[in-house]
Write a new protein. Structure first.
Length: 520
């Protein structure tokens, strides 16, 4: 698949450079707003408010999703194992996994609201779709002080490795096995721990979408701070006969970001004061304003940025050349050490070893560069009271806009070019030669022309860069509120780093890509 043309690439470069320094000139105009921003309360619509308060609100959405999810698992297991003739991998990797990023930007953690992985064990353990009943669980406390989000970080890296090394997008049975694994993992954690440890600490999809949801345009928030402050029962956190306790241990009186909110709406049902609203808002408000920050969240934000770029890098010709050269070197080295008898083993496992080494390099290398960037910011500030570690944590959130919009730009190719694969496979999902809807031989066509997609991609990169500049500006002003010059120098260093990140994003989009998804 061709990359963006030179004229689009250079237009993007010029825009990024011009806008960066134009925005930097506005650095002195401090933002003194409190955490107030425009929002439209959707629960003012009486019909929506009644629907959200109904116990059927979430199950009514989850039921069709669960049925579709189980259908994908069955299709992946019993259908044709030729990837281009099986609906499961195309629907999972080409549509759901890619469309999820677009969904998060518009609707926040909507996937968590409808997630089938937790819905199935929930219904079984509760013995009901709608009634509020105690869950038959050991209800042990999750060892948060030791692990926090690290299980999700490790699982995210492992699934990324598995997706490419074992070509999961072209193995229908493996796609189904991953789906079954997520159900069983969710179930096991629900049996052992209180509430939903899966959602808060372990689910890599929830944690990736949770961080991106800080840029989302939908939120659940308190209407009045004083009402929450004076509430004695804290039903939104503890639960009540009207609704379950918050599955991710969030107290609405203190929640200021979307990261851990699954939009389950149990708090709306539980609140005795009717003080919780569903709002539409501008994108990015959580990262623009002061918010909680922790080391594990910073590592996840950094990994998301690296993996989003890594997915693009692993599909370009230069990567293939380096991979082949390294694989040949590994095979030659093993043969020299252990003799020709090991040549078969080295040949069969050399690709896995090569990719693993390159993936580790692609994770550790950029991470080390980011640490060096934070050290340079500390050096530029001229102050020792704010450590490199604190800068690492605080500025990691400024990577999210760049990562999100590059992710959208990269995935735009898949979404707008590959949608017609689903149109074909819906008529023959198992690959058994059926044509239920007369579309099995429909032509493969893009939704938009290549030219339109290219300029949409460039626009997305530029928008993400602008967001990143503003977020970095706000963060430097918050950290160095009493020292404008230090804030200015720190922001300048981070801005140069962001320019390089955005230029890397453009360069990746300009390269031709070898698509790893199923061909038809």
């Amino acid at each position: 698949m061709p990359g963006i043309p030179n004229e689009a690439f250079f237009a993007g470069v010029v825009l990024i450079l011009l806008l960066s320094f134009s925005l930097f000139e506005r650095h002195g105009k401090r933002d003194k707003r409190a955490r107030n921003y425009w929002h439209l309360e959707l629960t003012k619509f009486a019909w929506l408010k009644r629907a959200i308060k109904s116990r059927w609100f979430q199950p009514a959405v989850q039921l069709p999703v669960v049925l579709g999810f189980l259908g994908v698992i069955v299709v992946g297991l019993i259908g044709s194992q030729e990837p281009g003739r099986n609906l499961a991998p195309v629907l999972t990797w080409n549509i759901w996994w890619i469309g999820l990023i677009f969904m998060v930007l518009l609707f926040g953690n909507l996937w968590c609201f409808m997630c089938p992985w937790t819905a199935i064990p929930d219904w079984v353990m509760r013995r009901s779709f709608t009634k509020v009943r105690p869950i038959a669980s050991l209800a042990k406390k999750y060892p948060r002080f030791k692990l926090w989000m690290w299980p999700a970080i490790v699982l995210f890296a492992f699934v990324t490795w598995l997706e490419i090394v074992f070509d999961a997008a072209n193995r229908p049975w493996l796609t189904s096995v991953l789906g079954i694994f997520m159900i069983l993992l969710s179930w096991a954690l629900l049996v052992v721990y209180e509430r939903k440890a899966m959602c808060r600490y372990v689910c890599y999809v929830g944690r990736v979408s949770g961080q991106y949801a800080m840029m989302g345009m939908i939120e659940l928030r308190r209407r009045d701070n004083d009402v929450c402050r004076q509430c004695a029962t804290k039903d939104c956190y503890r639960g009540s006969p009207r609704g379950y306790a918050c599955p991710t241990h969030e107290f609405m009186g203190a929640m200021n970001e979307n990261q851990y909110c699954t939009l389950c709406t149990e708090c709306v049902k539980s609140c005795p004061h009717d003080n919780i609203a569903l709002n539409l808002r501008p994108s990015g408000e959580d990262v623009l304003h002061a918010h909680r920050s922790r080391a594990d969240e910073a590592y996840m934000a950094l990994l998301i940025f690296i993996v989003s770029a890594f997915h693009g890098a692993a599909m370009i010709p230069l990567w293939m050349e380096w991979e082949n050269a390294l694989r040949a070197a590994i095979i030659d080295g093993q043969t020299a050490l252990f003799g020709a008898d090991l040549l078969g083993f080295a040949g069969s496992h050399g690709g896995t070893m090569t990719f693993t080494v390159m993936m580790l390099a692609c994770i550790l290398g950029p991470a080390a560069i980011y640490v060096a960037l934070c050290w340079l910011m500390r050096l530029a500030s001229g102050r020792s009271d704010i450590t490199t570690r604190k800068l690492f944590v605080k500025f990691s959130y400024t990577l999210l806009p760049i990562a999100l919009f590059y992710h959208l730009a990269h995935n735009a190719v898949h979404v707008f070019w590959e949608w017609s694969k689903v149109r074909r496979l819906i008529s023959d999902p198992l690959g058994w030669g059926h044509d239920f809807f007369g579309t099995a031989r429909a032509p493969l066509t893009a939704l938009w022309s290549p030219e339109t997609i290219w300029y949409v991609q460039v626009a997305l990169i530029v928008i993400g860069h602008i967001y990143g500049i503003y977020v970095a500006q706000r963060e430097s002003n918050r950290l160095y509120a009493d020292d404008r010059k230090a804030a200015l120098r720190v922001h300048l260093v981070m801005m140069v780093g962001m320019i390089l990140m955005s230029l890397l994003s453009l360069w990746l989009l300009a390269q031709p890509m070898f698509m790893r998804t199923a061909d038809l």
